[in-house]
Ligand binder design. Structure first.
Ligand code: F6R
Length: 608
């Protein structure tokens, strides 16, 4: 969702801005633009559609000479994705250009006020008010004008600002939307995330809410919202440019699916020492743990489905009530949350607006917050009491894969860790569970290797418009993720149902040849699933079953089978979801879809 880049240095800014915007494409966007300060003032070019349109319009950036500039990819919220609504937005005198990620909630009042003062609005965006406010307050000092402007803004913003009268200077401002500063030698940058910067510098400064960064080629000075200089640490990013590139794969999604054994290894290996689960980053004392009488897991989308797996596993092992809640629902409920609640917040990006809001709501009611997050320094990581990072590396494809499986791996670790500390596991069971977790990387690799027939299965099923997923217990949790993967990248209509619910309505939709993907890996309920499979078969459905390696019974009913390797039954979802990710990938490929950038979707949903 909206991406921002800024550059100041001694080389041409435009190619660097375009390159940064390409790296941010994965966040989702529908238009893009750049503004560069040249000899004759600010030169701005915008284009709706793909960045390639902007590249062509600017002749690879050559049309905009100048070594200071800002750029933006826009994901439309206020106003259609047109050239006019694309960012940057300029003040009427073309002195100030700005880019913005977030939503200015009081833009309507500000717009009225500014119009009354004679400012002309060109776009339908909330953002344009910021350009005019900057113009109103600018009296020769960009920093002062920024501080005054942000004091008028309500809502969320990451802002990048360029001024025709301030050569070599750019300002970044952050409130409730991601923004980092890149520190180079004789050149400096800002961006929505590290992927845009990693080709140029690995040294970054994470801005806090309310902070602004005043950036020239030689200096970066960070101030709080009152203009007081802040001491900031420069952090070295651990991964390099190769991690943000396709590495020979046709799509980032496929690369990220294949990276899962390694990503899971990076996630679990440092947390298992001499056969013990060690969660050093989770500082809950025994006293505090005893005090917890409920665990709530909250997240959105796939992260919520990972949380749903966590619910089954934690409740089973810890014998504590566990709820999994959609953050977008939880934030507007009146939930029973207090200081006895452990809230587990799950998010790949760490920037999802609904998740942040639900977390703040529960925190205000006294909950202790543990975040499971992939992006270091993200808002959720900063707001949480404790953070368990997923260490999946950068996830570029919009549809999450390694983000999800590393979340599940951490939730499994957490379940075993808490159960042990609560005294709910004897030695033998504990050792068996830890051993099973240690095998996750090879398990996931085997789940990939076992299924070379997935492209052929995708060929068979890609032409159907409606597909149903069925499962029970953990298979149900996995089926929700499998179904979301399929629908979001292949645009097939797909629904996941708890198989026991079939008779309560869904079965009316089962007819001849309707594809049903039946997950039957949860052994305790295998017979029940077989009955459900028989029921849909009896109505003419084609069944693609997902079953444990070695299961022969499944052939009695299923038309096709995806096999997954055996593990501890509570941990089945990991090897089970991976072939479903691949199935979705190949179906989307067969349907000619834009797999890494599905239509209407954004990678990081930073607005409600
Ligand atoms: C689906 C997907 C989304 C995200 C959701 C939450 O493939 O990626 O459903 O899981 O938007 O995002 P994070 O985990 O960044 O909070």
């Amino acid at each position: 969702m909206c991406g921002i880049v800024g550059f100041t240095g001694n080389q041409n800014a435009a190619p660097i801005l375009l390159d940064g915007l390409k790296k941010l494409e994965y966040r989702g966007y529908d238009s893009a633009g750049i503004a560069v300060l040249g000899e004759e003032g600010i030169h701005m070019v915008k284009a709706s559609g793909r960045i390639q349109n902007l590249v062509e319009k600017t002749q690879d950036g050559a049309a905009l000479p100048g070594s200071t500039g800002i750029g933006h990819t826009r994901w439309a919220t206020h106003g259609e994705p047109t050239d006019v609504n694309a960012h940057p937005h300029m003040s009427n005198d073309e002195k100030i250009a700005i880019v913005h990620n977030g939503i200015i909630e009081n833009y309507a009042q500000l717009r009225e006020e500014l119009q009354a003062k004679g400012f002309q609005f060109k776009s339908d965006t909330d953002t344009e008010v910021v350009a005019h406010l900057m113009d109103l307050y600018y009296e020769g000092d960009l920093k002062k004008a920024v501080l005054k402007t942000i004091s008028r803004l309500e809502g969320a913003y990451a802002l990048g600002i360029l001024c025709a009268e301030e050569k070599g200077r750019i300002i970044a401002a952050r409130h409730a939307a991601p923004l980092i500063v890149g520190v180079g030698i004789g050149e400096n940058y800002f961006a929505s995330d590290v992927t845009a910067l990693v080709a140029y510098t690995k040294n970054v400064i994470y801005l806090e809410d309310g902070e602004i960064a005043d950036i020239t080629p030689e200096s970066v000075t960070v101030y709080d919202s009152l203009g007081k200089a802040q001491e900031k640490t420069v952090t070295r990013i651990a991964w390099d440019i190769a991690a943000a590139e396709k590495g020979g794969y046709d799509h980032f999604m496929l690369k990220e699916i294949m990276e899962q054994p390694n990503a899971i290894k990076s996630t679990i290996e440092p947390r298992i020492k001499d056969g013990e689960v060690v969660l050093d980053d989770f500082s809950l004392t025994d006293e505090e743990l005893k005090n917890i009488n409920k665990i709530m897991i909250t997240a959105c989308g796939s992260a919520y489905y990972a949380g749903s797996v966590g619910k089954y596993v934690i409740e089973d092992l810890c014998r504590i009530p566990v709820e999994a809640d959609l953050a977008s629902e939880l934030r507007y409920r009146n939930p029973l949350v207090d200081e006895h609640t452990l809230l587990v917040v799950v998010s790949q990006s760490g920037e999802t607006a609904d998740t942040i809001a639900a977390m703040k709501e529960c925190k205000a009611r006294g909950a202790r917050v543990l975040a499971i997050v992939n992006v270091v320094g993200s808002t959720i990581a900063k707001l949480a009491d404790d953070v368990l990072y997923t260490w999946a590396g950068p996830e570029i494809a919009v549809a999450t894969t390694k983000g999800y499986t590393t979340q599940v791996a951490v939730l499994d670790l957490l379940a075993v860790y808490l159960a042990r500390r609560l005294g709910r596991l004897d030695d033998q069971r504990y050792r068996a569970l830890v051993k099973a977790i240690e095998q996750f990387p090879s398990l996931v690799q085997r789940a990939i290797d076992l299924n070379p027939n997935l492209p052929a299965l995708a060929e068979k099923y890609h032409g159907y418009n409606d597909i149903f997923f069925l499962g029970r217990n953990l298979d149900y949790a996995a089926s929700m993720e499998g179904s979301l993967k399929l629908k979001e990248i292949s645009y097939l209509h797909s629904e996941a149902y708890a198989a026991g619910e079939l008779k309560h309505g869904t079965i009316a939709l089962i007819e001849k040849d309707r594809p049903v993907i039946a997950l039957a890996c949860y052994e305790r309920l295998f017979d029940k699933m077989m009955s459900n499979i028989k029921e849909v078969k009896a109505r003419g459905a084609q069944v693609l079953a997902v079953a444990l390696e070695g299961n022969r019974q499944i052939f009695a009913e299923a038309d096709d089978v995806i096999f997954v390797p055996q593990t501890e039954p509570l941990f089945n979802t990991l090897p089970e979801v991976v072939p479903l990710q691949l199935f979705a990938y190949y179906v989307a490929r067969a349907n000619g879809c834009d797999i890494d950038k599905p239509k209407n979707l954004a990678k990081s949903v930073t607005v409600e």
